[in-house]
Design a protein around this ligand. Structure first.
Ligand SMILES: [Zn+2]
Length: 108
């Protein structure tokens, strides 16, 4: 059994498969429907990366809220949690922005 790469998601499928078992595109479709499918996959990927960015920003905002809420000086436990959340959120945001940037560039 040989393996072929899906023309849309580039994952490996059996050469006997009628459609991709990852993204579901039909291998017997014409190039127009293939192109439409590719566009849909691109939009989905982009939407998911954008959602990641928003979730990351939410995490940073939550970290700041935890740190500054109430006016009193936060306890050391709260400081550590807020700091960790802030770092993770910021890194996550940067990574999803980079992924989105690369995604847009490779699909120009
Ligand atoms: Zn596929």
């Amino acid at each position: 059994m040989a393996l072929v790469n899906c023309p849309v998601c580039n994952k490996r499928n059996s050469d006997k498969a009628q459609e991709c078992r990852y993204c579901g595109v039909s291998f017997s479709g014409d190039s127009a429907s293939l192109e439409r499918w590719r566009r849909i996959e691109r939009i989905k990927k982009q939407a998911s990366l954008t959602t990641h960015g928003f979730a990351a920003v939410t995490l940073v905002v939550a970290a700041m809220t935890l740190y500054f809420w109430g006016g009193d000086k936060p306890s050391s436990g709260e400081q550590i949690s807020a700091f960790t959340m802030g770092i993770v959120g910021a890194l996550w945001y940067v990574i999803s922005r980079i992924r989105l940037f690369l995604h847009k560039r490779e699909n120009k």
